[in-house]
Design a protein. Structure first.
Length: 129
C-alpha cells in the first residue's frame, strides 16, 4: 500500500481544512445569534460570558482560518483543543441532565467534541513552522 503515501499531503490539507471549517461555521453562527449564545452561556454558568463570547468567536474564526491555511498549527491546535474542552465542560454537560430529553443529544455532542479534541492534539504534532 505504498501508493497511498503519495496522497499524504492531500489527506493532511483536507483533514485540517475540514477541522478549520468545523470551527469557522460555529464562530459565524455565534456572531449571527450573539444574544441567544450569550443567554445560553449564562444559563450554563459560564463565568465572564460577556468577555468570553467575543473571545470564543475570535478563536474559532481565526483558529479555523489558521488551520485551513496551515499557519502555526501547533499553537492553533492547542488553543482550539483547550476551547473545545471548555465548551464540552460548560455547554455539553450531559451529566447534569439525567432524565432530561436532551441528555442523549448533549452526551453525543460531548463525545463528538472529544474526538475533535483528539484530532487537534494529533494535528498539533504535525506543525512544520
Amino acid at each position: 500500500m505504498e501508493w497511498l503515501k503519495k496522497f499524504d499531503t492531500l489527506y493532511f490539507v483536507v483533514g485540517r481544512s475540514l477541522l478549520g471549517i468545523y470551527f469557522i461555521l460555529p464562530g459565524l453562527g455565534k456572531i449571527f445569534d450573539f444574544m441567544a449564545t450569550l443567554t445560553l452561556m449564562r444559563l450554563k454558568g459560564v463565568p465572564f460570558s460577556t468577555v468570553l463570547l467575543p473571545l470564543t468567536i475570535a478563536i474559532q474564526l481565526l483558529g479555523g482560518l489558521f488551520l485551513i491555511l496551515g499557519h502555526n498549527l501547533r499553537l492553533t491546535s492547542i488553543m482550539l483543543f483547550g476551547l473545545t474542552i471548555l465548551i464540552n465542560i460548560y455547554i455539553h454537560d450531559f451529566w447534569t441532565l439525567a432524565g432530561d430529553p436532551s441528555y442523549a443529544h448533549e452526551m453525543q455532542n460531548f463525545v463528538k467534541n472529544l474526538a475533535i479534541a483528539a484530532g487537534l492534539l494529533v494535528l498539533a504534532t504535525k506543525d512544520k513552522n
